[in-house]
Design a protein. Sequence first.
Length: 438
Amino acid sequence: MNVTEEYMRIDIGNSIDTVASPGISSDTLDSLDDQVAAIHSVIGPKINNNSFGYAALNILSPEELKNLCDFTESFSDFSNVLTIGIGGSALGSATLSTALGLSGHYVLDNVDPSANLTLLNNLDFTDTVINIVSLSGSTIETISNFLVVRNLMNEQNIDWTSQTFVTTSNKGPLYDLSDKYNLPLLPFSEFIPGRFSALSSVSLAPIAILGGSVEEILKGARSGLDSLSESIYSSPAYAYGAITTELFNLGIISNSLMPYSERLETFTEWFAQLWSESLGKEGIGQIPLRAMGATDQHSQLQLYRAGKRNLMVTFIDVVNHQTELTIPASEFGDFDYLSNLDLDTLLRTELQATEASLADVGCPSIRIEIDQVDSFCLGELLHGCMASCIISAELQGINGFDQPAVEWGKQALKDILTGKSSSESSSIQNKNSYWIGK
């Protein structure tokens, strides 16, 4: 059952109750359609008015795009961009650069000393733009990594101020840093939470510097925005958000995102944050899992097919992989059927077989289909996922744009490091240990 014939399409047939158990009935689909129509009439104006959170579904205006291109032009002679951020401050640009195959984009989004040292020791800082990204400007991991990078550049007698720009709000330590050293400042919109910033200047700046087609990304996002309608039967994004929500209500507590393209591996990380941080509220929230087709058919499919029936799979099918690699004939007689078969056909057939395997035992699944992994389709896919997440939050009556649990952890970390006493830090420091093992 194809919900629409736009560039991005979804097939919900294997989530319907004639196939899946649990599954969605036709009456439930019609009910969801009515609920989405009512919600769209409310959030549509919020998108247009750039209301907090909903502003993420808006598209950069021609003037904003020009300002971004003018801003990044001064860094266009550099071959590398090092993004220093964490979570939504880094995953959007990392998703885009990885999927588009843009070389020269590096990310420091953790404080693992071994991994960071390996990256930094192999980076040519003389040919690298440093982009420090934090909405608050006070993210501990981001500040820490920046200080390490700045020290390394100073040790190499590189003027770090001449090749560094800051992406932050109009207040905070990073804003003060840009003011002190006269660093170029790219505003981080106060109306867009970090995990929803994948189609904003926050994530698009590194792509522009490295020669990616920002304009095509935004055209794809525009297609996604235009496809939002009052009916799930004509809106792939709303349909996906509504159906995954209803499946959650029926006991499907986990959602395994399984793209059949390794270029979308970082995208699964971005999706996991979007889904977790937006929908994990008030004792509810569907758990996002990350898988990769066809690899994880050999590592996770056993659980999906034969385990407890509380999981769904979201396949992402790429119609055209834009590359050809043919399997030659071999001496293995039992595999004659592989001779002269291209790997693209094999990969898509793997998806079909896995999909059929799950349908055979009633495990619900949804297939998202995109034409190819290019700038346009990525823009539409990212926009569609954000719209799906927003409609899901609305259907469940939760705030999809805050993250109080994350803020709790941030404050506890700061209190412990500074030696201050608070309810957060005390509850951690006073915890009774129960070690087993030497």
